[in-house]
Design a protein around this ligand. Structure first.
Ligand code: HEC
Ligand code: HEC
Length: 358
């Protein structure tokens, strides 16, 4: 199915191309960008839920991804040149931030934990409160965000235009050398779509049949996760997330109302995007505000501390309301062991998504 990133984009695009004529260096490229081939394991290629639909107006290309990668690590996107996307989305942490909340350009602190950037090619909405409906739209936000990069688009585009590295990269990725905000967001989105992680020990054991890939405790944890602990009801394989925003009963008096904070609707209160559990060993601290430092604390929360009286508690939390989720000390240990089997070590150090060579 082909879809557009957002109709509004077209308007922005037309407006920007009108200014484009004033810019120098409008050399058209004679090379057509090369279609990017997503690198999926064999089992994933056969899974129809993992078909990748890219927006028809922003196809993923080798050159677009190369530009997006350079921009992802580019500190020049921030007002004072001090931070890049990678400052808060660090590869060794599956592109999450090991700090509970991230400092932005002038040290101003955000209020939410930076999410990992994993398998976003399959997501339909972004941010904890689901406010961006495409990766293209998402990428517009941090560059201007006051608590993030705090920039103004025309300053950023001028800076990149004057940097000898960028005009050729833009020409290779798009039709000509024009640098504009939409192309920056589109290239970042293309790069983010390539951040695919499906090669954990869990995958090797269950999807590829390598019975040496997991320990007995991890297999016991997996069985609990898929049955009586009810984790799978929301963190569904193969991505270990689901496309919903849910309230899991973290607080009796919440300060951040999640999706409701944005929409003001009572039934949206305290709902947050369900995060993936892939590479969870390295994406801590956990939850939208980074309140839990360890997976043991997260599992103890699910075992003992769920606020079951929360008015918008997700329907999938019914087993907790009914007191059915009981986890012994050994169960908790096994669950944490299983979560660690979702680590994809190759992804965390894949040179293709690290900083580009100078
Ligand atoms: C100052 C730290 C910071 C910087 C810099 C930053 N981000 Fe983020 N990012 C965050 C935080 C915090 C969130 C969660 C915010 C929320 O949900 O309200 C987030 C969320 C996201 C998400 C949503 C992921 C999901 O699963 O929904 C994407 C995608 C993303 N950032 C990409 C980027 C890109 C691309 C850049 C560079 C242009 C960037 N970020 C720069 C902190 C940062
Ligand atoms: C009702 C759906 C639902 C169920 C059931 C559920 N989760 Fe979650 N899980 C979520 C949501 C939503 C969040 C994010 C909540 C937030 O930050 O406000 C989350 C967060 C997490 C996190 C932290 C992720 C991060 O990146 O910060 C872990 C780990 C986790 N869950 C593990 C589990 C385990 C283990 C179970 C079973 C015992 C489980 N979950 C059951 C929906 C669910």
């Amino acid at each position: 199915m082909a879809f557009s990133t957002y109709n509004g984009m077209l308007v922005i695009s037309l407006a920007l191309s009108a200014c484009g004529s004033q810019q120098p260096g409008g050399h058209r490229s004679t090379q057509v960008p090369t279609t990017y081939r997503f690198d999926l394991p064999t089992w994933a290629k056969a899974d129809t839920s993992l078909r990748i639909d890219v927006p028809y107006d922003n196809p993923t290309t080798v050159e677009g991804v190369a530009l997006g990668r350079a921009l992802f690590y580019e500190k020049g996107l921030s007002a004072d040149g001090s931070i890049s996307c990678a400052s808060c989305h660090q590869q060794a942490h599956a592109f999450a931030d090991p700090r509970a909340v991230s400092p932005g350009v002038d040290g101003s602190m955000g209020t939410r934990n930076a999410q990992p950037l994993i398998n976003l090619a399959w997501d339909h909405f972004f941010f904890w409160d689901a406010r961006a409906l495409s990766l293209e739209l998402q990428a517009f936000e941090p560059v201007r965000g006051h608590r993030e990069m705090g920039s103004v688009w025309n300053v950023v585009t001028e800076r990149l235009r004057r940097d000898p590295r960028y005009p050729p990269l833009f020409r290779a990725a798009f039709d000509d050398e024009r640098v504009d905000s939409m192309r920056i967001a589109f290239a970042l989105a293309q790069f983010e779509r390539t951040l695919i992680s499906l090669n954990s020990r869990y995958d090797r054991y269950y999807m590829e049949g390598d019975l040496t890939a997991m320990t007995a405790s991890e297999v016991r944890g997996r069985n609990l996760f898929f049955t009586s602990a009810h984790c799978v009801d929301c963190h569904e394989p193969p991505l270990f997330k689901h496309h919903e925003v849910s309230n899991i009963g973290l607080d009796s008096i919440p300060t951040d109302r999640g999706m409701g904070e944005r929409t003001g609707l009572p039934w949206h209160m305290d709902r947050f995007k369900t995060p993936t559990l892939r590479n969870i060993e390295f994406t801590g601290p956990y939850m939208h505000d980074g309140r839990f430092a360890t997976l043991e604390e997260v599992v103890d929360f699910y075992a003992d501390l769920v606020i079951t009286t929360s008015p918008t508690l997700d329907a999938h939390m019914l087993p907790w309301v009914q007191g059915e989720v009981r986890l012994s000390t050994q169960d908790r240990r096994d669950l944490v062991a299983f979560l660690n089997a979702l680590t994809d070590s190759a992804f965390l150090s894949d040179p293709r998504s690290g900083p580009p060579e100078p």
